[in-house]
Design a protein around this ligand. Structure first.
Ligand code: NOJ
Length: 729
């Protein structure tokens, strides 16, 4: 015993005096593993819920006693230095004093709430997205956390699935870049810094494509489809150095992801050489029984660990069975050791062996969480997340001397709904639109307009009197925060008819009307879309929702957001995406892929978003001589700000492969640049054309580039595009 302690101490001393180089880490972790009992090893593979449950059956397990026995490796859903210290102290009572890692769903800001991730993705501003994630990571780390279950990189084409809120939308190219920005932001340069946390890429794989848009439902797709449309963001995030992955709830090719050796071992760990560890989703090892691929917990444990699932979240199949399974030789110790090593490596990289309490500094917590600068960045992301969907009169931006506003709708006053799903925001510190307008010194005549709970028009008389007293009407419609997110699938994503009717009535009063759409997913709102002169999509923006919306209304920030998901016209169009395939009978035409009772065109296409100013695209040209360095060609296009305001534009590059060995989409986003342009000015924007933009994955997940013709398209959204041709010889 004394000998063991000495050895461990020696290792700890080594850890203290070193930087985390690979060999030192290996040396330390190998030394530690030699001293671990099988029970202690299995303990490292279990994560239990502390504070609160984010799934079923998760309360009883975070026992300090079991932690002190060294039988738990990680705790989720505890935050705050004081709480975390308590759990870590229990771990320090265990024989080998292996520290816990603390994880939580820190998804969009921490205490200072940022826009929902789908909204943030509308900014098309990767540097800002990375900066936002950096802040989120810094604040979470200051509250004692080492790990967030983010980013969610699942591609979503089906807005019935409420979790589209948590991703970057429908496009694999853009989704990959956002995934990288979020991973880099959360993890910073070095995990051992006390202001960084581990990212967890989720949900591997294909969780964004549940059949019928029903959360947790089965997923079924061909390998070629997966590889080209769903896989790229996972791969990009792994290559960006994400420390961990989470397996998805759904099955994939008839095998639940949590026990899927193809996904976890072959693709992630072998083909992509991923060195981190994989955690299950909440209870999903136990749920292998519900999937009916395991008869009991024992079989569930065998299947998951053999497939490469390293840490079990909440359910206790490993905890109860793995020791026996190794003794019975049904699971090889090598498989267990590999999982343990991966987890201990990350604990080492976080510096937790050096000092298990290094993330527990109450002063740092006080100074960092909800700091003034976190609010500044929240506001600037929020402004850039807003998408101007329609502007057909001259009321926007508001004149600086505007006297009075009729502000209608409970969402304008709701702090809670502005936080959105998966929020860690301090609700009390949210500034609502109502408060922000008042702070501007304008006269605000508020009326509820409709009841958000049952969507009835209420007190119409007082709404009318607010309108009569005011110069303009601003009406906020949309969803409650509880309507989008996990477990929030809907069969109808329309904005309630009564809310839309209220807008129509307000328009009839003859006062200028601005509609604000506050929601967590693409929604259908045809009546408003047709009739309202001005529509701003504001999503749920978090703590600085009010000031950000005001800044856009008054033109202190000229809106520049673009839709990261297609907005459908009706439910029959869902799932819908812009990068569909030609088919043998392409639309338009009589015998074509279309509907007889609806246009095929969406309400708003991917990449769409207006500005108070406008941009003209011209002079699209191919430059293709002697370029070298893997660049086949360059294209250039002139973008001119022809409107009345300085503004920003997301210049988008789409490519179509004209003939390939497999069917390819009609167009795919392959580049974009967000530019700032003063009114009257022109900028020439240049894009490279490289292999990675021209190629695709074949049905065996090999990336291939084929010679031939490509159509190159550039414009301000996925439909209004200038075109030219390029041939790869
Ligand atoms: C279930 C969700 O699917 C996952 O994204 C989340 O991280 C876990 N619960 C933990 O809360």
């Amino acid at each position: 015993m004394i000998f063991l302690c000495c050895l461990l101490y020696a290792n700890l001393v080594v850890a203290q005096n070193i930087k985390s180089t690979v060999s030192e880490k290996e040396h330390f972790v190998s030394g530690l593993m030699k001293r671990m009992t099988l029970e202690e090893k299995v303990g490292q593979l279990w994560q239990v819920a502390g504070g609160f449950a984010t799934g079923p059956d998760g309360s009883n397990l975070g026992s300090l006693k079991v932690i002190a026995e060294g039988r738990i490796g990680s705790v989720l859903n505890v935050s705050g230095v004081k709480n975390i210290r308590k759990y870590q102290e229990a771990a320090m009572q265990s024989r080998l004093k292996i520290p816990l890692i603390f994880g939580m769903d820190v998804i969009h800001g921490f205490r200072t709430g940022f826009p929902i991730p789908l909204g943030e993705a509308a900014s098309f501003d990767l540097a800002l997205i990375q900066k936002g994630a950096r802040w989120t990571g810094t604040a979470a780390a200051a509250a004692g956390l080492n790990w967030t279950f983010a980013p969610m990189v699942d591609i979503g084409w089906d807005a019935r699935w409420g979790r589209v809120l948590e991703g970057a939308g429908e496009d694999p190219f853009y989704g990959s870049q956002v995934a990288v920005a979020r991973v880099k932001g959360l993890q910073g340069d070095n995990l051992s810094n006390t202001n960084t946390i581990m990212a967890c890429v989720k949900h591997f794989a294909g969780y964004g494509a549940p059949i019928a848009g029903k959360d947790y439902n089965s997923v079924d797709m061909s390998m070629g489809h997966f590889a080209n449309f769903y896989m790229p963001p996972y791969k990009a995030a792994a290559e960006a150095g994400a420390a961990t992955f989470m397996s998805a709830f759904n099955d994939f090719n008839n095998i639940p992801s949590t026990a899927n050796p193809f996904l976890l071992r072959k693709l992630l760990k072998e083909k992509w050489n991923f060195k981190g560890f994989v955690v299950s989703d909440w209870g999903s090892v136990g749920e292998l029984i519900n999937h009916r691929v395991a008869a009991d917990k024992k079989e569930a444990a065998i299947k998951a660990i053999s497939a490469g699932l390293d840490m079990e979240m909440v359910s206790n199949c490993y905890f109860e069975n793995l020791v026996d399974l190794v003794k019975e030789k049904k699971v090889s110790i090598k498989v267990v050791d590999d999982a343990v090593r991966r987890i201990l490596n990350k604990k080492f990289e976080l510096g937790l062996f050096e000092d298990p309490f290094r993330y527990c500094d109450e002063n740092r917590e006080k100074e960092t969480v909800e700091s003034a600068s976190s609010r500044e960045i929240a506001r600037s992301i929020s402004e850039r997340s807003i998408v101007l969907l329609k502007k057909s009169d001259n009321i926007l931006p508001f004149r600086k001397d505007l006297n009075s506003i009729a502000l209608i709708g409970p969402l304008a006053k709701s702090k809670k709904d502005m936080c959105g799903a998966w929020s860690t925001a301090n609700v009390n510190n949210v500034i609502t639109l109502y408060e922000a307008m008042k702070n501007r010194g304008v006269e605000v005549n508020y009326a509820e307009g409709y009841d958000l709970g049952n969507n009835k028009i209420v007190n119409y008389d007082s709404t009318l009197s607010a309108v009569e007293k005011s110069d303009v009407v601003v009406v906020a419609i949309g969803e409650r925060a509880s309507e989008s997110g996990e477990m929030r699938s809907k069969t109808d994503i329309s904005i309630a008819a009564q809310q839309q009717e209220l807008v129509s009535r307000l328009i009839k009063t003859g006062k200028p009307v601005v509609v604000l759409l506050m929601c967590g997913r693409p929604v259908i709102f045809n009546e408003v879309r047709d009739k309202a002169p001005n529509i701003l999509l504001t999503w749920w923006l978090g703590s600085e929702a009010g000031p950000a919306i005001c800044n856009v209304l008054w033109g202190d920030y000229i809106p520049s957001g673009k839709l990261p998901m297609t907005f459908p016209r009706n439910m029959g169009q869902v799932p819908i995406n812009y990068q569909y395939k030609s088919t043998g009978r392409p639309y338009p035409g009589d015998w074509a892929a279309k509907y007889i009772d609806s246009p095929v065109e969406p309400a708003y296409p991917f990449g769409y978003g207006q500005s108070y100013t406008s941009f003209k695209y011209s002079n699209l040209k191919l430059i293709s001589d002697n370029l070298g360095k893997g660049v086949h060609a360059k294209i250039s296009v002139d973008v001119t700000n022809i409107g009345q305001y300085d503004g920003e534009e997301v210049v988008q590059l789409y490519i179509r492969d004209e003939a390939a060995s497999v069917t390819r989409p009609v167009k795919e986003l392959k580049g974009f640049k967000k530019i700032k342009l003063k009114k009257g000015m022109t900028q020439t924007v240049v894009f490279d054309i490289r292999d990675d933009q021209l190629g695709f994955y074949d049905n065996n997940i090999n990336f291939v580039v084929e010679k031939g013709d490509f159509t190159i398209m550039v414009g301000g959204d996925s439909e209004n595009l200038n075109k030219t041709l390029f041939s790869l010889k």
